[in-house]
Design a protein around this ligand. Structure first.
Ligand code: SUD
Ligand code: ADP
Length: 298
C-alpha cells in the first residue's frame, strides 16, 4: 500500500517584515497565495527504516538525509504517536529548490499528511498544524493552501476570501538564495532605521476578495525584495523584462530568487513567458494560476 499527495507552491503577494526578534525570527504580515506548481510525495512502508528519494529537474540539490523537511515531518509524527518512522518517502519535485516558493515546506506538509494516512494515525487538523509550525514558518500554509494571512513568523494563519483566479508567470533563476541570508541582508539594510510593525494591506485584501488583478497589481509588496536584489542584482533585469512584456506587476517571490509576474489572462501569460525565456538570470519559465487547494490526496 502507498499514499500519494500533491502539494502546491506559494507566492507571497504581500510580505511585510518587522524588526528582528530576540529569537532571530522576524514578525511578518505574510499574505500567501497557493499556485498550481506541485511536488508529489509518496509514502510507502519501509521495513528497513526511513528512506528519502527524489526525482525532478532540481533533485540533485535536495538533501536525502534526516534534514529533508519530509523526513523531519515523518519523524515528528512518529515521535508523537510512539512509533518508528519506517517509511519510504519519494518526492517528485517540480517546485524550484531554494526559490522562495516553499518547495521544502510543501514536502514537509505533504509527508505529514501522507504518513498520517499510511499509518492511520488520525491526528487532528490542529495537531497537524502544530507539527507544521515546528517544522518551519511556511509549512502550515503548505498544508492549508488557498490564500491566507500569516502573522507571527508566518505560522499563525487566517484564511482569506479570494473572488477569482489570478494568472502568474514565474521565472526560476540560475542559482538559489538562502532564506536566512536574505533576512540577514534585510537586517543589514535596515540598520540605523526604525522598522515599522508589519501590517496587512487593506487594499490588497480587498483586491484578493474582489478577484481584481489590476487592484492586486497596484497593492503587492515585498519587504525582502531589496535584500534579494542586493544579493542577486541581475534579478532587476528579469523584473524589467517582464514589465516591458506587459506584466501588470513584477516582484520577487518571498526571499527569492524566483520572480513572479501577475498577468491578466492566459494570453498575457504566454507573452510574458516568451519574453522572460531570454532574460539573463532566468533558467526556466513557468505559468500557473492561484489560488489552489493545499495538500490533496491523489
Ligand atoms: C521568506 C518566506 C516567506 O514566506 O519564505 P521563502 O521565501 O523562504 O519560501 C518565509 O518567511 C520563510 O519561511 P521558512 O522557509 O519556513 O523559514 P524557517 O525555516 O521558519 O526559517 C528559516 C530562517 O529564516 C529566517 N526567518 C524565517 C521566518 C521569519 N518569520 N523570520 C525569519 O527571520 C530565520 O533566519 C530562520 O532561521
Ligand atoms: N524537501 C526539500 N526540498 C527542497 N529543499 C529542501 C527539502 N528539505 C530540506 N531542504 C533544504 O532547504 C533549502 C531551502 O529549500 P526550499 O524550501 O526549496 O526553498 P525556499 O525556502 O526558498 O522556498 C534547500 O536548499 C535544501 O537544502
Amino acid at each position: 500500500m502507498s499514499v500519494t499527495v500533491r502539494v502546491p507552491a506559494k507566492v507571497n503577494v504581500q510580505l511585510a517584515v518587522g524588526a528582528a526578534r530576540p529569537d532571530g525570527f522576524h514578525d511578518l504580515a505574510n499574505v500567501f497565495l497557493a499556485v498550481g506548481l506541485y511536488d508529489e510525495v509518496t509514502a510507502t512502508p519501509s521495513p528497513d527504516g526511513l528512506r528519502i528519494t527524489c526525482d525532478g529537474p532540481d533533485a540533485a540539490q535536495v538533501p536525502l538525509d534526516r534534514t529533508n523537511l519530509a523526513a523531519r515531518a515523518a519523524i515528528a509524527l512518529a515521535e508523537r504517536y510512539g512509533r518508528t518512522p519506517d517509511v519510504h518517502l519519494h518526492i517528485a519535485k517540480d517546485i524550484p529548490v531554494a526559490g522562495g516558493m516553499a518547495g521544502g515546506s510543501a514536502d514537509g506538509a505533504g509527508a505529514l499528511l501522507a504518513c498520517d494516512t499510511l499509518w492511520g494515525t488520525g491526528a487532528s487538523r490542529e495537531e497537524l498544524l502544530d507539527i507544521c509550525a515546528e517544522l518551519g514558518s511556511d509549512v502550515p500554509f503548505s498544508l492549508v493552501g488557498g490564500a491566507a494571512l500569516g502573522t507571527g513568523r508566518g505560522e499563525k494563519l487566517r484564511p482569506l476570501d479570494v473572488g477569482g483566479t489570478f494568472h502568474w508567470v514565474f521565472a526560476m533563476a540560475t542559482r538559489g538564495l538562502s532564506t536566512p541570508a536574505v533576512f540577514r541582508e534585510f537586517d543589514r539594510l535596515a540598520e540605523g532605521t526604525r522598522v515599522p510593525e508589519p501590517i496587512a494591506s487593506e487594499p490588497l485584501l480587498a483586491a484578493l476578495a474582489k478577484g481584481d488583478p489590476d487592484a492586486l497589481a497596484a497593492a503587492v509588496s515585498n519587504d525582502l525584495q531589496p535584500a534579494a536584489l542586493s544579493l542577486f542584482p541581475e534579478l532587476a533585469d528579469t523584473l524589467d523584462a517582464g514589465r516591458a512584456a506587459g506584466a501588470l506587476t513584477a516582484l520577487v517571490s518571498g526571499s527569492g530568487p524566483t520572480t513572479a509576474f501577475l498577468v491578466r489572462d492566459a494570453a498575457g501569460a504566454q507573452k510574458v513567458a516568451e519574453a522572460l525565456a531570454s532574460a539573463p538570470a532566468c533558467r526556466t519559465v513557468r505559468t500557473a494560476v492561484g489560488p489552489v487547494p493545499g495538500v490533496t490526496a491523489l
